[in-house]
Write a protein that binds this ligand. Structure first.
Ligand code: S3P
Length: 695
C-alpha cells in the first residue's frame, strides 16, 4: 500500500468475520507465465494474471527484451521471442520484485549481450550472490555491487554449460533461475534443494511443452538434498494458454484471521492449493482451526480449489520447524497474526530468509507486535510470540454482533453466565490524520462501545496495584501499570542523554517515545520503542527520574496519550492517581480506593519488610502523609475522588475482600464483557486467555 505522508490508519474491530472471496491471481505463477511466454515460440495467453506492481515489473522487462505484450479482458497476451530475446536498450527495472530479478537472471545469462538488472531501494538491498554463483558456474559473467552481493546486477551472457547444483537454501527463486538458464545449456541441468520449496516452475514447464524430471521425497543426506529437478537443454518452450489460480498468499491473512476468531468462517475460492505453498493450512489445523478443501481440481499443472477455515473457541500455540518454513515463507506474517490469538507461546525457527526479503520481516514483525503490546521475542532465525487475548470489543457473543457458532447465536463456552469473550477481528479501517491519542478515548464507533475501562485511583498504600493486578488477571483484562510507563520514558531520557530539566528536550523525547505493555498482569513486559525494558526500568535511578518527569505537564500529556491508546485495544484496568479524573474521565467503572493513614502505613511497612527493608512504622506513616499532601496539592492532575467514582474504604478489608468487592462493582456494569465467579480463589474469566493480556 502506498504510504500517505502524515496519514495513519486506525483499525477498529468490526463485525464477525464471515464470508467468501476470490483472491487475485497468484503472483509467483504470473511471473513465471510471463517469463516463459517471453521465451516461447508463438503466442501465450495468461488469464487472471496478478495485477500487482511486481508482475507489472516483469511485464515491462519482457517488453524491453522484445516480447510483444497485449491485453484482453482479464488476460495478458504475449508474443514470444523463441528463446532469442533482444538486447535491451536500457537498464531493466525490476521495481520491488526479487522474483523478477532473480528469475530473469537465468535466461539473461545465456544471451550474447549485456544486461543490467536493478530495482527500487529495497530490492537493491537484497542478496544476489545466490544467483551469481550458479550462473558463473554455467559460464556467464556477472557483477554486482558491494562485492557481488547486491543489485544492480550486470550480466554478460555466454554459451552455458549444464551443471548439477545443490542449493544451500530452499529458494524457489534460485532453483527457477538455474532451471531457466538450463533451458539454454546443452545437456542436463540438475537442481537439488535442501527441502521443499514452491515448485511452480517445474509444474509450468510441461505446460509450455518442456519435459522435466523431478523427484520429491524426504531429504536424503547422502545426496545432499530433498527435491531434485532436472531439465534437458537446449529446450524450446511453445506458447500456451493458462489460467492463473488465486494467490494463496493473498488469501492467507483472511484465513488466519478466521482461524483466530472464534466461530468465524471464511472461504477463499479458486485458490492455488499447491502443497509447496500451503504449509500454513496444516499449521492452522495443528493449532485447532478447521480447514476444509473442496472443489479440488488441477488447472495448468497446479492444484486449485476452495478452502474454508473456521476459527475454534481457542487456538493453541504451536511451533514451526525449519523444514516447514519454505512452504509458508510468505505466510509467516499471517501465521503470526494467528499466533497472537493462540494460547501460549508459538515459535518459528529456521526462518532467517525472512530477513532478506523486501524488508527484514522478522525485525518488522517483532517491532510491530511489541508496539501493539504483544509479547514477542526475536531470535536470529525466528520469532516467538506469546498469544492470548487481544484487543477487541470484548463484547459477549450474545450481543448484537456476537459470534455465531455452528449451533447458532452465542456459543457457550462454560456454564451459567460465563461466556466466552469474542475478540472481534474484522477491521473497520478509518483514516485518522491526527494519530492516536488525540483528545479523549473515542467511546463510540457507530453505536458500539470500543472498550471497557476500569480506573483505580487512590493514595499511596491503599492497595491499588495489588488490587488492579488481581482484578485484571481475574477478568483477563490488560493491566496498565502507569508507573512502568513513566519509568520507561525516564529510561529513554536517561539513555538518550536528555537533560531532565530541559523541558523542550524532554517534551520532544516524550513525543517520539512508544511504550507498550504485554504479558499477563502478574508477569508484565514493558517495551520501549520496540525493545523490552522490563528489567532495566526497575532501578532506583530510573525510579527517581520517573517521579521527577511525572511532575512535568508535557510528559503527563504524552503519557495520557499512550494510556488512552492502550484502551483502544481492549478492556483494561489502570491504576494511579489521575486515571479517573484526567486520563479516562469517561471510564465505565471508576474506583477510588482509600484507607485510613494507619492502615496504609501498616500495609506499606509489611510490604517493605517482605522485601527485606525494615523501616519504623512512624517513619512510614510520616512519609505517606507527606506523599498525600504532595499528591493532593499538586497543580497538575491532583489526587482527588473522580466524578462518578465508587469510593471503597478498605481499612477493614483483606486484600481478597478488596479484590472481590472491586470485581463485584465492575461486573455490575451492564457493558462488562466478562463474568467471573466470586470467592477467594475466584474463577478465571471465561475468555480466550485468562491471565494473558494483550498488553
Ligand atoms: C518466490 C519465492 C520465495 C518467496 C517470494 C516468491 C517465487 O522467495 O518468498 O515471494 O516466486 O519463487 P525465495 O525463493 O527467496 O524463498
Amino acid at each position: 500500500m502506498p504510504s500517505l505522508p502524515g496519514a495513519r490508519l486506525t483499525v477498529r474491530p468490526g463485525r464477525p468475520l464471515t464470508g467468501t472471496f476470490i483472491p487475485p491471481g497468484d503472483k509467483s505463477i504470473t511471473h513465471r507465465a510471463y517469463l516463459l511466454g517471453m521465451l516461447a515460440r508463438g503466442g501465450t495467453v495468461v488469464e487472471n494474471p496478478n495485477p500487482g506492481g511486481d508482475c507489472q515489473a516483469t511485464l515491462a522487462c519482457i517488453r524491453s527484451l522484445g516480447a510483444r505484450v497485449g491485453r484482453r479482458a482479464g488476460a495478458v497476451t504475449i508474443e514470444g521471442c523463441d528463446m532469442q530475446p533482444r538486447e535491451p536498450d536500457r537498464v531493466l527495472d525490476c521495481g520491488n520484485s526479487g522474483t523478477t530479478l532473480r528469475l530473469l537472471a537465468g535466461p539473461l545469462a545465456a544471451q550474447p549481450f549485456l544486461s543490467v538488472l536493478t530495482g527500487d531501494a529495497s530490492l537493491r538491498r537484497r542478496p544476489v550472490a545466490r544467483v551469481i554463483e550458479p550462473l558463473r558456474r554455467m559460464g556467464a559473467q556477472l557483477w554486482a555491487r558491494h562485492g557481488d552481493r547486491l543489485p544492480p546486477l550486470a550480466i554478460r551472457g555466454a554459451t552455458l554449460r549444464p551443471i548439477e547444483y545443490s542449493l544451500p537454501v530452499a529458494s524457489a527463486q534460485v532453483a527457477s533461475c538455474v532451471l531457466l538458464a538450463g533451458l539454454f545449456a546443452a545437456g542436463r541441468t540438475v537442481v537439488r534443494l535442501p527441502g521443499p520449496a514452491r515448485d511452480h516452475t517445474e509444474r509450468m514447464l510441461p505446460v509450455f511443452g518442456v519435459p522435466i524430471v523431478a523427484s520429491t521425497g524426504p531429504p536424503a543426506p547422502a545426496d545432499g538434498g530433498g527435491p531434485m529437478i532436472a531439465v534437458e537443454g537446449p529446450a524450446r518452450p511453445t506458447g500456451a494458454r493458462l489460467r492463473v489460480p488465486g494467490d494463496f498468499s493473498a488469501a492467507a491473512f483472511f484465513l488466519a484471521a478466521a482461524a483466530t476468531t472464534p466461530g468465524a468462517t471464511v472461504t477463499a475460492r479458486e485458490v492455488n492449493l499447491n502443497p509447496s505453498r500451503c504449509g500454513l493450512l496444516g499449521v492452522l489445523e495443528r493449532m485447532g482451526a478447521s480447514v476444509q478443501r473442496s472443489q479440488l481440481r488441477e488447472e495448468g499443472g497446479e492444484p486449485v480449489g476452495d478452502v474454508t477455515v473456521t476459527g475454534p473457541l481457542q487456538l493453541a500455540g504451536c511451533d514451526i520447524a525449519p523444514a516447514e518454513v519454505p512452504t509458508m515463507i510468505d505466510e509467516v506474517p499471517a501465521w503470526v497474526v494467528a499466533a497472537t490469538g493462540a494460547r501460549g507461546t508459538s515459535r518459528i525457527r529456521g526462518a532467517g530468509e525472512l530477513r532478506v526479503k523486501e524488508s527484514d520481516r522478522l525485525a518488522l514483525l517483532a517491532a510491530n507486535l511489541a508496539r501493539l503490546g504483544i509479547g514477542v521475542e526475536e531470535t536470529a532465525d525466528g520469532i516467538a510470540v506469546t498469544g492470548g487475548r487481544r484487543g477487541g470489543s470484548g463484547r459477549r457473543p450474545s450481543d448484537r454482533h456476537g459470534v455465531r457458532g455452528p449451533g447458532g447465536r452465542g456459543r457457550r463456552a462454560g456454564d451459567g453466565d460465563r461466556r466466552r469473550r469474542h475478540p472481534d477481528l474484522l477491521p473497520g479501517v478509518r483514516r485518522d490524520p491526527g494519530g492516536a491519542g488525540r483528545g479523549c478515548r473515542r467511546r463510540r464507533h457507530g453505536s458500539r462501545p470500543m472498550s471497557f475501562v476500569v480506573t483505580i485511583d487512590g493514595p499511596a498504600g491503599a492497595g491499588k496495584s495489588t488490587t488492579a493486578r488481581a482484578v485484571a488477571s481475574r477478568l483477563g483484562f490488560l493491566y496498565v501499570d502507569t508507573g512502568a510507563l513513566y519509568r520507561a520514558l525516564a529510561l529513554k531520557v536517561r539513555n538518550g542523554g536528555v537533560v531532565p530539566d530541559d523541558l523542550a528536550a524532554v517534551e520532544r523525547c516524550a513525543r517520539e517515545t512508544q511504550v507498550a505493555l504485554s504479558g499477563s498482569p502478574e508477569h508484565a513486559h514493558v517495551w520501549l520503542d520496540g525493545a523490552e525494558v522490563s528489567e532495566a526500568i526497575r532501578t532506583p535511578e530510573v525510579s527517581e527520574l520517573a517521579s521527577r518527569l511525572a511532575a512535568q505537564p508535557p510528559v503527563r500529556r504524552r503519557l495520557v496519550e499512550i494510556q488512552r491508546a492502550l484502551s483502544r485495544r481492549g478492556p483494561l484496568v489502570a491504576e494511579g492517581r489521575d486515571l479517573g479524573t484526567v486520563v479516562f474521565p469517561d471510564a465505565e467503572v471508576k474506583i477510588y480506593l482509600d484507607a485510613d493513614l494507619d492502615t496504609r502505613a501498616r500495609r506499606r511497612a509489611l510490604e517493605l519488610e517482605k522485601r527485606g527493608i525494615a523501616i519504623a512504622l512512624d517513619q512510614v506513616r510520616e512519609e505517606l502523609a507527606r506523599r498525600d499532601d504532595r499528591d493532593r496539592g499538586r497543580a497538575d492532575s491532583p489526587l482527588q475522588v473522580p466524578a462518578g467514582a465508587r469510593v471503597l474504604n478498605t481499612s477493614a478489608l483483606s486484600i481478597e475482600q478488596q479484590v472481590d468487592e472491586v470485581l463485584r462493582v465492575v461486573q455490575e456494569h451492564p457493558a462488562c464483557p466478562v463474568r467471573v465467579a466470586g470467592g477467594p480463589s475466584g474463577g478465571a474469566a471465561e475468555g480466550p486467555v485468562a491471565g494473558s493480556s494483550p498488553g
